[in-house]
Design a protein around this ligand. Structure first.
Ligand code: MN
Ligand code: MN
Length: 466
């Protein structure tokens, strides 16, 4: 073995360097990561909307001894509760040894993902094809969503108030749906449009049928036939679309990517890839030091507004309820609380290097990424976490051998984005963003690294244990 030079030794001591996680982790931990991701993959296959995620976490919580939260009850250390907000968001809580008024520990992730929503009066017939009109949900590159098999999910509230749950196109043998696109032979004019307008919002129409109702004469018989099928299957009439939330998402299952199976490709990583580890980390808590919560929120992709999004007061009200149980005020709990806002960040893509600043980007396989600030144009619209809080989380991660990295969402003035962090910071809670780096974010088929998913789980666990 050659002796290291003085410069090499000094460089080892002074220079910040981030290694590939696979070069740092032992075989046991790499196997543990792969195993953890098998659970994550099956969760992702069975949960494609926020409602399905909320149901999943509720039923997993019940299996693990969580009971519905009762704001009038006094809870003891180690007791476990869940609160479901309108079927679309969940708070999972394990009570700690210390009082809530000494502060709680929160992991906040979101369970909604970009998708294609139906308009309220969606069904129409054109040239003997039946189609749905849509309004996309969240920030998407619209051209990516054509010619992809789609499944239909959601609820329909019938005239009499009965709620019908819809999930069609996920199981083998079920029909699926699709947005058509123009053939290249005739796309000369379309190809001259900018990518942004390659497919426009009103061109995201879903093909849902083509065969007419046969036993009589009349107009729009293809549409009528679809209504007949919907009536037989769900007991609905056309007017019931007015009180429905129906959503189209990619119908294909997740799969491993790469000869080495190191990556997972699938729909909805943003942000279920942080929601799942957040819930698992809370499920692991027996009797934590501080009361530990996972908040799995809706509406992040449309700006967190609405009563199931984190810009509403449901988390605040929950924390106020915890305070009241102890005869304290909500603000006593909030000002001493700490939160990891668990959301994805962009992973450096060597095919598109120009939008990222390499020294401050996150990379696939370099662990959970900590994002001090998001926002855009001079840090507008962000909660810029304090050096003190970043320093504290850094120590927690390092002490627990969590592999982590920093990351910024793109070059300065390149674009930008936000998370729920600012809404939590606005409650007077210390918060910083952490999460999994993602390739092809917001596309129908996003890609993440298994080691990064596992490191996110380990990081969140370490936070609850600290
Ligand atoms: Mn997100
Ligand atoms: Mn997103």
């Amino acid at each position: 073995m050659e002796e290291k030079s003085i410069a090499e030794k000094l460089s080892e001591k002074l220079v910040y360097k981030q290694e590939h996680a696979a070069l740092t982790l032992g075989d046991d931990e790499i196997n543990a990561a792969d195993n953890f991701c098998e659970g994550y993959k099956s969760f992702l296959n069975s949960c494609k909307t926020e409602r399905e995620c909320a149901d999943y976490f509720k039923s997993e919580a019940e299996k693990k001894g969580f009971s519905p939260y009762d704001p009038k009850k006094k809870y003891k250390p180690g007791e476990k509760v869940y609160l479901v907000n309108r079927g679309k968001a969940v708070i999972l809580t394990v009570f700690g040894k210390r009082k809530c008024s000494e502060g709680v520990r929160i992991a906040a992730a979101h369970i909604d993902s970009p998708r294609i929503d139906l308009k309220q009066n969606p069904l129409y017939e054109a040239e003997e094809l039946a189609l749905f009109k849509t309004h996309y949900y969240g920030g998407i590159k619209k051209y990516q969503w054509t010619t992809v098999p789609l499944s239909l999910h959601g609820v329909v509230i019938l005239k009499d108030g009965k709620s019908i749950t819809v999930s069609l196109g996920e199981n083998e043998g079920e029909p699926r749906f699709v947005i058509t696109d123009l053939l290249p032979h005739l796309a000369g004019e379309q190809m001259k449009r900018t990518l942004d307008k390659g497919i426009e919002g009103e061109e995201l129409n879903i093909l849902v049928g083509s065969r007419p109702f046969r036993s009589d004469s009349g107009s729009e018989l293809v549409k009528l036939n679809i209504l007949k099928i919907l009536n037989e299957k769900y007991g609905m009439i056309e007017e019931d679309f007015l009180s429905a939330e129906l959503e189209l998402v990619p119908a294909f299952p997740v799969c491993d990517i790469g000869f080495d199976r190191s990556l997972i490709g699938g729909y909805g990583h943003d942000d279920r890839v942080c929601a799942y580890p957040s819930a698992m980390a809370v499920f692991d808590c027996a009797v934590p030091e501080y009361t530990s919560l996972a908040v799995l929120a809706d509406k992040e992709e449309t700006g967190s507004d609405g009563n199931t999004g984190l810009n509403s007061s449901y988390l605040k009200h929950f924390l106020e309820d915890l305070a009241r149980m102890e005869g304290a005020e909500g603000r006593d709990v909030m000002r001493l609380s700490e939160c990891l806002s668990a959301d994805v960040n962009v992973a450096f893509d060597p095919t598109f290097p120009s939008v990222l600043e390499k020294r401050n980007s996150a990379f696939v396989n370099k662990g959970i990424v900590m994002t001090k600030y998001t926002g855009s144009r001079g840090k507008g619209g962000t909660s810029d976490a304090s050096a003190e809080f970043v320093g504290k989380i850094r120590r927690i991660f390092d002490d627990a051998d969590v592999i982590w990295q920093i990351g910024e969402l793109g070059k300065v003035d390149e674009g930008g984005g936000g998370t729920v962090a600012k809404y939590i910071a606005n409650l007077d809670i210390d918060v910083v963003d952490v999460g999994v780096p993602v390739l092809s974010m917001h596309s129908p088929f996003e890609v993440v690294s298994k080691l990064d998913v596992y490191m996110t789980y380990r990081g969140l666990s370490a936070f609850f244990k600290a």
